[in-house]
Structure formats: structure tokens, C-alpha cells
Write a protein that binds this ligand. Structure first.
Ligand code: SAH
Length: 311
């Protein structure tokens, strides 16, 4: 299948990372390689490493960007293990820029058998890393009603979380909820018809929540960003694009923490914390997509870019 993914906030990312010849940039979520290709094109001599935990994405991007020769390298792995991945691949050079374009790619969503889409029949899966054990099937069929309700409420901001969780548990007593469309049916039954007559697809929030839980999308983000900042060279920049408020909140708080040079409680006569300022935040407010981009790229709707510079 053709790998279709329109990179979000592309010009803005290039503007903030400002690739230079001879320098290294790491795209920690390389996906279809849209941002990576733009970084490679923006400066003739810049080098890019692309990381992704989806092996299909890595195989594809390796072919897609083969024309850049040694300037591009693709590494299969999780960005939470950035230091270890770089060490294992003998990358000694400190990167001048890091990019995290969080979440799921359009291609993952559009490939029916991955089970991310509520429009296509498929086994409930939603794993970005296909070698991982936990899948959506496991969560939907084995997690407790309380846990299901919690993730739908927290990760999906679904106001009908409790009712959907109850309906899921009733349904699976009869037989397992095996496919995406089986789950959509249960969700539709749980949400009163008046409440789902308008607005986005009724399964959208639940599918988002389950996807976040399957892939542990929020679990390691703070640690991962701190590790990223640790490997950046002085003056290098870290750019993060998030797609929902929970993610953006973690990015904002982590950058703010890394910017502080003291975390002693207020009123302490002198500083005893030894905290050092690691970054300067460059984007006071998150950068969002222009009206022109919103017209052509649906995925840009909720995108927020934050950038910080290593000091
Ligand atoms: N910027 C890319 C699209 C990225 S979509 C482009 O222009 O094509 C997000 C990608 O991040 C997906 O391919 C997903 O598999 C990957 N991903 C999500 N979480 C990850 C993690 N923890 N480690 C590595 N890759 C991750």
C-alpha cells in the first residue's frame, strides 16, 4: 500500500530546527519520512537519523529515502530508549535537532488490518510496535470495567466513558468483542442517539483512548523528552508536535521544568537543589497550523508545536 502521510507543520519545523550542513538531526518518530525528507532537502549536507517503533514504517522509509545514501539512517526502536539506540548504532555525534511528531500516522490509521480505524473491519489490534504483546483486543476483553472507564475518560475525554465501559463488559460476557466494528456497535448502543447525532464519529474518543493505552503513549513522554535534551548539543533544538491536550500538557510542563535553574520551595533562604537550567523555551505559546494548512491537512487540526533550545 502507498504510504500516504501529509507531514504536519512542516515549514514551521524546518524554520525552528534550521538544518545546517554537516550537522545531525534525529527524527524520533520518522513514520513515512515526510519531515525527515524535508530536513534532508533543507540543507544539502545535513544528516538525519529516523527512529520508529513500527517496523513497517522503518522498512518503508529505508526504501523511500535510500536516495540520500549515508545522509539518512533508519533505526527501529522506541524513542524512550534514545541513548541506548544511539549507543547501539555507534552514533557518537551529538544531534543539533530532535523532532517528535507524536501519535499515530495516517498510514497506520488507513491500513485496515492494523485495527486503528473505526471505519474498517479488522481484528482489534492498534499496536504501533507489532512485536509488543498488549493489543486492543486484550484491553477491551480483559481489563476491568473501572479501568476501561478510566482510560476512556482520561485519554479520550469521553463523557459517556462509564456507560461505554458497562456496555463493553455486558457484551463480552456473551462473546468476546473481536473486531473494530464490533466495538463500534457497542459504543453506538452505549451513547444515546441524541448525543451522537452531531459531532465527530461516536467511536473516535474511545478508539483514541484505547490506542493511547495500548501504546503507552503518555507513560514515558516526560522521561523521553528529558533524555532527548540530555543528548542534544548546546544550542541544539528539540521540537515536539502533540495532538491532544494531555500530551501537550506533558510537553509544556517538562519544558518548563527543564528551563528552571532552581526547584527549591519558595522562601528557602538559599538554593540547595543543584538544579541546572537545561533549556530555553523558544515558543512561548504553541505553534498551530495556518489556515492554509488546515484546509488541506485534516490531521493538522489539533497539532501543537513546542520548541526549546539546549543551553
Ligand atoms: N513525521 C512523520 C509521521 C509521524 S506519525 C512523517 O512525516 O511521516 C508518528 C509515528 O511515530 C508513527 O509512525 C509511530 O509508529 C511512531 N511512534 C509513536 N510512538 C513512538 C515511540 N515511542 N517510539 C518510536 N516511534 C513512535
Amino acid at each position: 500500500m502507498e504510504y500516504q502521510h501529509e507531514p504536519v507543520l512542516l515549514n514551521e519545523v524546518i524554520e525552528y530546527l534550521e538544518p545546517h550542513s554537516g550537522r545531525l538531526y534525529i527524527d524520533c518518530t520518522v513514520g513515512g519520512g515526510g519531515h525527515a525528507a524535508a530536513l534532508l532537502q533543507a540543507s544539502e549536507g545535513a544528516k538525519v537519523i529516523g527512529i520508529d517503533k513500527d517496523m513497517d514504517a522503518i522498512s518503508h522509509v529505508r526504501q523511500e529515502l535510500a536516495g540520500y545514501g549515508e545522509r539518512f539512517q533508519a533505526i527501529h526502536g522506541d524513542y524512550k530508549d534514545l541513548k541506548a539506540l544511539l549507543a547501539r548504532n555507534r552514533v557518537l555525534e551529538k544531534p543539533s535537532g530532535l523532532l517528535y511528531d507524536l501519535g499515530v500516522s495516517s498510514w497506520q490509521l488507513d491500513e485496515p488490518e492494523r485495527g486503528f480505524s473505526y471505519h474498517e473491519e479488522a481484528r482489534l489490534d492498534m499496536r504501533m510496535n507489532q512485536s509488543q504483546g498488549l493489543s486492543a483486543y486484550e484491553i477491551v476483553n480483559n481489563w476491568s470495567q473501572q479501568e476501561l472507564s478510566r482510560i476512556m475518560y482520561e485519554y479520550g475525554e469521553e463523557r459517556w466513558a462509564k456507560r461505554i465501559a458497562k456496555f463493553i463488559c455486558q457484551q463480552r460476557e456473551e462473546k468476546p468483542i473481536a473486531t473494530t466494528l464490533d466495538l463500534v456497535d457497542v459504543i453506538k448502543r452505549a451513547i444515546p442517539s441524541g448525543a451522537r447525532a452531531t459531532g465527530p464519529h461516536p467511536a473516535r474518543r474511545t478508539f483514541q483512548a484505547i490506542r493511547i493505552a495500548v501504546n503507552g503513549e503518555l507513560d514515558n513522554l516526560e522521561e523521553a523528552l528529558k533524555e532527548g535534551v540530555d543528548v542534544l548539543e548546546t544550542g541544539g533544538r528539540i521540537a515536539v508536535i502533540s495532538f491532544h491536550s494531555l500530551e501537550d500538557r506533558i510537553v509544556k510542563k517538562t519544558f518548563r521544568y527543564l528551563q528552571k535553574d532552581c526547584v527549591c520551595p519558595p522562601g528557602f533562604p538559599e538554593c540547595v537543589c543543584d538544579k541546572e537550567q537545561k533549556v530555553q523555551v523558544i515558543t512561548r505559546k504553541p505553534v498551530t497550523a495556518s489556515a492554509a494548512e488546515l484546509k488541506v491537512n485534516h490531521r493538522a487540526r489539533s497539532a501543537k508545536l513546542r520548541v526549546a533550545e539546549r543551553v
